[in-house]
Design a protein around this ligand. Structure first.
Ligand code: COA
Length: 334
């Protein structure tokens, strides 16, 4: 039989500091009731001043390695999905490799915003089926609080920080990753973005060295337009991935969605005719942690002891770009 990609370890990490809706409503003109009713969010975790995205990634990675009964020396490749890297370069993955005490194996970041983990799983799966790597550490880690405009009530209530990770192992054995579907449509790019101004110099003009060249980025979003497209595209992609791999909606045991807004989650569950008890919901406590959201939700489900061997999981996400996608997994970890 051919090589299959199995999840053999799962981990997650949330920074200690919790920012409640009540606290937020003292910072901007909002209320706990508005945030809960419109988004389902009650709180979010915020990275400590002395932490970086790589530190969050390391904590989730350690837990996933421990869960797999492996060490960093067993890993052949490390991927970090992040939209909030420690710095422009080197990659956060290379920093994480160093902090974990790893050496020599390839490490790189991928950027598909909130769909980063879905994209990363698809990418790792393809490479592993092709025999390129035996064990891959796949992490989603974000410090969204660092790119949120804390004066903008339209966006600051939505995001949080955290990380999630899985250890993947290729084996000639049934189960594991069934397959993935990925999409991107750049014509929507301006509806949700954080312009990173590496310098504030205007293209075509001489460089003004007196200017502060520090990067600034803040999330800008046309919330209701993003909402509308997200509901449509997620509804389509769950059907597409099931069709592609010959499965029915009723075959899915667990829906593990990107956690952006409870109303988006419920719309996809409705489309799937999924009982809400079989959809993972962590948005209330985690808010939108971008690429960390799906692995954190998976970790939550896994730690509850809810997943049985042989069950089908459908992971999905929608992101700026717009970039969206889904992975199907037959759970093979005992
Ligand atoms: N507190 C109180 N009022 C707020 C608010 C807040 N935090 N944020 C926005 N409002 C106000 C708006 O100013 C607007 O007021 P107005 O009618 O006087 O102009 C009103 O609430 C309704 O705004 P609207 O944008 O229509 O609300 P909505 O029902 O679409 O909910 C979002 C807003 C952002 C929660 C929702 O659109 C959403 O979740 N969009 C998708 C976001 C997302 O998933 N992004 C990430 C994708 S990965």
């Amino acid at each position: 039989m051919s090589l299959q990609t199995h999840i053999v370890g799962v981990g997650g990490y949330l920074p200690e500091r919790i920012l409640s809706n009540q606290e937020l409503s003292k910072m901007v003109d909002t209320s706990d009731v508005w945030i809960r009713e419109r988004t389902g969010i009650t709180q979010r975790h915020i990275i400590a001043q002395d932490q970086q995205t790589s530190d969050l990634a390391v904590e989730a990675a350690k837990q996933a390695l421990d869960d797999a009964g492996l060490t960093i020396d067993d890993i052949d490749a490390l991927i970090v999905a992040t939209t909030t890297p420690d710095m422009v370069f080197p990659s956060t993955a290379s920093v994480v490799q160093y902090k974990l005490g790893g050496k020599d194996f390839p490490a790189w970041d991928i950027q598909a915003v909130c769909s980063g983990f879905i994209y990363g799983l698809a990418q790792a799966d393809g490479m592993m089926r092709g025999g390129m790597f035996k064990r891959v550490l796949m992490i989603g880690a974000e410090s969204m609080s660092r790119i949120v405009d804390w004066k903008d009530r339209n966006t600051c209530v939505l995001f949080g920080d955290g990380s999630g990770a899985v250890v993947l192992e290729s084996r000639e054995e049934e189960g594991g990753m069934i397959g993935s579907v990925l999409h991107c449509d750049g014509s929507y790019r301006q509806l949700l973005m954080a312009e990173h101004q590496h310098t504030r110099h205007e293209p075509g003009k001489p460089i003004d060295f007196s200017m502060d060249a520090a990067g600034v980025a803040a999330i800008e979003m046309k919330g209701n337009e993003v909402f509308r497209v997200a509901v449509n595209k997620l509804g389509e992609v769950v059907g597409e991935v099931l069709d592609k791999y010959g499965l029915q909606k009723s075959d899915v045991d667990w829906l593990v969605p990107h956690q952006a807004n409870i109303r988006i989650l419920n719309a996809t569950a409705k489309k799937m005719k999924m009982e809400t008890g079989h959809m993972v919901v962590t948005v209330g406590e985690h808010a939108n942690t971008s690429s960390a959201s799906v692995p954190l939700a998976l970790n939550h489900l896994y730690r509850q002891g809810s997943i049985q061997t042989g069950q089908i999981l459908l992971l999905e996400a929608f992101a700026a770009g717009f970039a969206w996608g889904a992975n199907l997994i037959r759970w093979s970890k005992s």
